[in-house]
Design a protein around this ligand. Structure first.
Ligand SMILES: *Cc1c(COP(=O)(O)O)cnc(C)c1O
Length: 228
């Protein structure tokens, strides 16, 4: 068995186990974060059955999108910070964007989404730990952004994403994760929406994230090893 295969099996097992402890079997999708890893690694992961990949750096991602264009059911997720001059390529080449945190970027993605493609799936990134230096919309401004983005016709607002601050232990990890889940539920209720995606959980907080309601975990290191 290859190292990549055993790592995938380990992570998938970890997800299944966590789903089981909270009776959420089959509810969590694995997004394999392949940033900094070459296209052949992604192809190797495809051979193991993985189809959803997360990328943070546009130029690097576009090389891989092109290199793997023969795999027609591959799903590309953009999860990195977005500058205005990058929106056209993101809108053209990705299926999902998890890191939208302001209306200007959402409008550009909406306007630049090619007409022959289905709406672009969007998660809004929330600065859930309230860190001054971090990207993400603040909790205070979230509702207004959700309302505005949900009305853009070429975007499909699927849910919320967060990268919580580092925590000491599992109980500390739960606090922001639970807050994000609560925010999603509250917004769906108060605005009459059906957002179905909670993009949370990375290598270090996968279990807590699943137990707190994640529907998509974004895993890099545990699958592909440390980034150089
Ligand atoms: C790199 C990255 C990940 C993966 O993190 P790991 O700790 O390596 O699993 C997940 N989400 C985002 C937004 C990232 O940039």
């Amino acid at each position: 068995m290859t190292l990549l295969k055993s790592r995938f099996e380990q992570v998938i097992n970890q997800i299944h186990k966590a789903e089981k402890t909270c009776q959420r079997e089959g509810e969590v999708r694995l997004l394999a974060v392949s940033k900094t890893k070459p296209a052949d690694k992604v192809r190797e992961a495809c051979a193991l059955g993985q189809r959803e990949f997360g990328e943070s750096y546009l130029q690097e991602a576009l090389v891989k999108v092109q290199a793997l264009a023969d795999i027609d059911d591959i799903v590309w997720h953009f999860i990195g910070p977005i500058q205005s001059n990058k929106t056209r390529d993101i809108a053209s080449h990705f299926h999902w964007v998890h890191s939208v945190d302001r209306l200007k970027i959402a409008r550009r993605l909406n306007d630049q989404r090619p007409a022959d493609l289905p709406p672009l799936n969007i998660c809004l990134q929330v600065n859930i730990s309230g860190e001054a230096s971090k990207s993400g919309v603040s909790m205070d401004e979230l509702e207004e952004l959700v309302k505005a983005v949900s009305e853009l016709p070429n975007l499909s607002l699927r849910g919320l994403m967060a990268i919580p601050a580092r925590a000491e232990n599992k109980e500390q990890q739960r606090i922001p994760l639970r807050a994000l889940k609560q925010a999603l539920d509250n917004l769906n209720k108060s605005l009459g929406l059906t957002m179905d995606t909670l993009s949370m959980g990375m290598t270090d907080d996968l279990e807590a994230a699943v137990e707190e309601g994640s529907t998509m975990v974004r895993i890099g290191t545990a699958l592909f090893g440390a980034r150089t």
